[in-house]
Structure formats: structure tokens, C-alpha cells
Design a protein around this ligand. Structure first.
Ligand SMILES: Nc1ncnc2c1ncn2[C@@H]1O[C@H](COP(=O)(O)OP(=O)(O)OP(=O)(O)O)[C@@H](O)[C@H]1O
Length: 246
């Protein structure tokens, strides 16, 4: 599904990423961890297209995305959430998700509206059904008519997740999804992420969350991959312990 192949990024003399390679299989949740300055954010920026690597390639479902802009990556099925939640506070939860879907447009523009173009009603119904489905998936059904601005940060994070999932992305990138959340909110988010069948790559400092939610973990240190494995593998890896404990 996602393949990162020999990716390097240098900032002056600092090699933020040094020949980083790994793959994430379809439907798996993969966490990227590592000490401060390990290169996690840089890796995320390379995968989402905000930064072009000096060497190496990024492929999604076999397609080479290395030189492709973030917008065109989004069209190829890649979605990213940010540390600061990005939801429309003045819209309801349901309308937030609907707005994420509306990007496809109803087709035909104003002329089609006037002519009542066949198929338009059906597509509108399908969109609303998808909203209901995604809200259910994210545990937001009881809040569908609430204004997003009125929600606590944990719920807003779920609304953002719902927006990112609306179009059935191929790959979802979650940047520090638990930042600002309390224990209960983190646990709820973990349940939702675990239940997804979407391929997920996440960067996260909360080790408990990573161990709980991820199928695979990649450990970076000083721009290099020092370990890849299941949470159990990573927990007992002596190299990882050494990197974290100094
Ligand atoms: N724009 C930049 N210009 C110069 N150096 C940078 C830049 N961005 C990152 N770096 C350096 O690259 C290295 C990797 O940084 P990066 O932010 O990717 O690490 P990180 O693992 O995300 O760290 P943290 O956990 O602190 O967010 C660090 O040494 C950092 O100082």
C-alpha cells in the first residue's frame, strides 16, 4: 500500500532522514516513534508532499507520488490531519462531514440544479448516507446536530477524523492525534482508530496509545530507521531501549 524507499532529507549539515525505507500493508495502522529530532515530522511532510526528499521515492498503491503536489496526492487518496484541529466551528458535526464530501461536487453546476439533472438526487442521498455511516464509525451519531465549535477538543478531533475518512481515503496520516486530549478522550480515539479498515500512518508521542492502537511500529533515531515490528517486538528491542533511555 504505502512504500517509502530510500528517502533522505538534509537541512544543511543535518540529515533529518537518512535512507529511510519501510512499507505499510493495506488496512494496517502503523506508528512512527522516536526521540525529539528523530525525523518524524520530516517523514510525515515527505509522505504528505509538503517536502520533497533529496533522494528516494514514496509510492501509494504502486503509484509513484514523489514529485506529486499535496493537492494531487489528496486526489490519489491520501488524507492528513493536523495537531491543531481543523473543523468548521460554525457548522454542525454532520455538515462538517458533508462539506468534506462536497469536494466531488454534485456535477453539472447551476445548469444541472435548474434542470434537475437525473442522478443528482441519488448522489445527494448517497452523500447523506455516507455522512451517517462515518458519524457512526467515529461514535459521533448522538452529536450530529451539535455545532462543532461547542464541542470539547476530544470530540473535535473525532470530527476531524470523520472528515478525513469521508471520501474513503487509501491512506490516512494522523499527526499527533492525541495532543491536547485527556485519558478518556485518548482511549475513545484509540477505539475508533483500531476499528478502521483504512491504512493509517501516525506520528505520536503517547507511547501507551501507540502500543495499543498500532499493528506495526517504526522507530526513528537521528534520521534512521532503527527498528520495525509489532508493539511486542518494539517493547523488547534492546536498540530501541538504548535510544530512548540514552
Ligand atoms: N526546516 C528545518 N530547517 C533546519 N533543520 C530542520 C528543519 N526541520 C527539521 N530540522 C532538523 O531535522 C531533524 C529532524 O527534525 P524533525 O522535526 O523531523 O524531528 P521530530 O522527530 O519530528 O522531532 P519532534 O519529536 O521534536 O517533533 C532535527 O535535527 C531538526 O532540528
Amino acid at each position: 500500500m504505502l512504500a517509502v524507499e530510500g528517502v533522505s532529507v538534509a537541512f544543511g549539515g543535518v540529515r533529518a532522514l537518512d535512507q529511510v525505507s519501510f512499507e505499510v500493508g493495506a488496512g494496517l495502522v502503523c506508528g512512527v516513534i522516536g526521540p525529539n529530532g528523530a525525523g518524524k515530522t520530516t517523514l510525515f511532510d515527505v509522505v504528505s508532499g509538503l517536502r520533497r526528499p533529496s533522494e528516494g521515492r514514496v509510492r501509494l498503491a504502486g503509484r509513484d507520488l514523489t514529485g506529486v503536489s499535496p493537492v494531487r496526492r489528496a486526489r490519489a487518496g491520501l488524507r492528513r490531519t493536523f495537531q491543531r484541529t481543523q473543523v468548521f466551528g460554525w457548522l454542525t458535526v454532520a455538515d462538517n462531514v458533508l462539506a468534506a464530501l462536497d469536494w466531488h461536487g454534485g456535477g453539472g453546476g447551476i445548469a444541472a440544479d435548474l434542470a434537475g439533472w437525473p442522478g443528482r438526487g441519488r448522489r445527494e442521498r448517497e452523500r447523506r448516507e455516507r455522512v451517517t455511516e462515518v458519524l457512526e464509525l467515529c461514535g459521533l451519531t448522538p452529536l450530529r446536530d451539535a455545532y462543532a465549535a461547542a464541542l470539547p477538543v476530544g470530540r473535535r478531533r473525532l470530527v476531524e477524523l470523520a472528515r478525513a475518512l469521508a471520501d474513503r481515503p487509501e491512506l490516512l496520516l494522523l499527526d499527533e492525534p492525541t495532543s491536547g486530549l485527556d485519558g478518556g478522550q485518548t482511549a475513545r480515539l484509540g477505539e475508533v482508530v483500531r476499528a478502521l479498515d483504512t491504512t493509517v500512518l501516525l506520528v505520536e508521542h503517547d507511547m501507551g496509545f501507540v502500543m495499543d492502537v498500532c499493528d506495526r511500529i517504526i522507530v526513528l533515531d537521528l534520521g534512521k530507521v532503527i527498528a520495525v515490528g509489532t508493539p511486542a517486538d518494539i517493547r523488547r528491542d534492546p536498540v530501541v531501549r538504548a535510544a530512548y533511555l540514552g
